[in-house]
Design a protein around this ligand. Structure first.
Ligand SMILES: [Zn+2]
Length: 435
């Protein structure tokens, strides 16, 4: 029987999700020193409020109107208003691992709403896109966890990177955060951390946190290495990873030879909506000569679009390739870009101010700020997926930046009982009827 999730989804609001987040924060053990002035849930919710409202800093929180004070308290559970400096001081010593553990809780919620099922692909897999992003850099400010690099000028630049794991689907716009791993220098470590090393920590974490799920990992060519593939398979997961001629030379040589001789290779062409897909593939090959026991299946695709522009893609996968799944594998492989387009670009360009320097701290501040921003983003994605009111209001505002401008203005001038009331109010300003 097909379950109808529309009733459950219609009950979802930003308010219910924020309330659940605050309840999770209240369960967290506060290991900070007793001299921390503000309660932990208040500190964390202040950050979530800042990112939900897309403020560039908490400084603007210091000049609150009577209405916005009430709204911060009623809508975000922020009972104590704090200065920017006070917020950073209180957030810096908080450990980031319990924050990450909240995402699997949200996943249970996505399951109940039928979203996980809706995102099933290639026969019951959930596609997990991995990608790293830099979120802090400075030549002047650093901490014990900073990565460093030498600039051409001879200066040392310090930076923090973050590896995110995001559930994607080729046909759906929204993406959902599953977890992440900061790329930082661990205590006592002298070498820089890197994306590959972070993936080696993140994949076992995801396997444990989502042990019931069938994951198919998507990633660029830096993940298509024998150690990462072994790790993915050791955790009963599958993969579809990009490969490149320069980073996978022996595999490429084999592909070129088979293609030239038209032997031991399958070729197939599909025309769809004016685009032409030329596939070449072969199964049961080795990733490289150094690791003959690591078996992969190789897929090459050249797409010619209506303007005659050609793009090529190539992957290795643990899934057996056949004529029947070519198009699905190609679409899954290309949906990896959603982590770049829908996640990081949204965070950078749609007012989350991802690259803005919110602060650095001495312990975990830079990483904790990323988690709080990801909570705000994740809640926005669930609301966008489920709330008809939000969808209508976003439609009339035409862009998220515009919508959030309206939200911020109303937040300062009028008291509301819920965030949903703000969206309803915006709809009334545009004289739009909500169902
Ligand atoms: Zn640092």
């Amino acid at each position: 029987m097909i379950q109808d999730y529309s009733l459950l989804r219609s009950a979802i609001s930003q308010d219910s999700l924020l309330g659940e987040l605050r309840a999770q924060f209240e369960k967290m053990e506060d290991k900070r020193h007793h001299n921390c002035q503000y309660k932990l849930p208040s500190v964390l919710m202040s950050g979530v409020a800042m990112f939900s409202l897309k403020h560039r800093s908490l400084l603007s929180f210091e000049t609150q109107t009577e209405a916005s004070r009430a709204n911060l308290r009623n809508l975000f559970g922020v009972e104590e208003l704090m200065s920017d400096a006070g917020f950073r001081k209180c957030l810096d010593p908080v450990e980031w691992q319990p924050l990450r553990d909240i995402f699997p809780e949200y996943y249970s919620r996505l399951k109940k709403l039928g979203i996980v099922k809706e995102y099933h692909y290639l026969g019951g897999y959930n596609l997990v896109s991995l990608d790293g992003v830099e979120h802090f850099q400075s030549c002047h400010v650093s901490c014990a966890h900073c990565l460093d690099r030498q600039l051409k000028s001879g200066e040392t630049q310090y930076h923090h990177n973050f590896l995110a794991a995001v559930m994607v689907h080729p046909a759906h716009r929204e993406v959902f955060i599953l977890g992440g791993e900061p790329m930082i220098r661990a205590d006592g470590q002298t070498k820089n951390d890197c994306e590959n090393a972070a993936a080696k920590r993140l994949i076992p974490y995801l396997a444990q946190a989502y042990w019931r799920e069938r994951f198919l990992y998507l990633g660029d060519a830096i993940y298509a290495t024998a150690p990462i593939i072994r790790l993915i398979q050791a955790h009963q997961a599958d993969f579809l990873l990009s490969v490149k001629p320069d980073s996978h030379r022996s595999l490429w040589k084999s592909f070129e030879a088979r293609r030239a001789n038209q032997a031991l290779i399958h070729s197939h062409t599909v025309e769809e909506y004016g685009e032409r897909y030329e596939f070449h593939y072969f199964n049961h090959t080795t990733l490289n000569e150094a690791n003959p026991e690591v078996k992969v299946n190789f897929l090459f695709c050249q797409v010619t679009d209506r303007q005659n522009k050609q793009t090529t893609f190539s992957w290795v996968t643990s899934r057996l390739i056949s004529r029947r799944n070519l198009m699905d594998l190609m679409r899954a492989g290309r949906s990896r870009w959603k982590i770049e387009n829908e996640t990081f670009n949204t965070l950078k360009n749609q007012a989350y101010h991802f690259e803005h320097n919110y602060g650095h701290g001495k312990q975990n501040l830079a990483t904790n700020l990323v988690y709080l921003m990801l909570f705000a983003f994740h809640i926005d994605q669930i609301v966008q997926k489920c709330s008809k009111t939000f969808q209508v209001v976003l439609g009339v505002c035409r862009s998220k930046i515009k919508l959030w401008e309206f939200v911020r203005v109303l937040f300062y001038v009028e008291k509301f009982n819920t965030m949903n009331e703000i969206y309803v109010h915006i709809a009334s300003l545009f004289k739009v009827k909500l169902a």
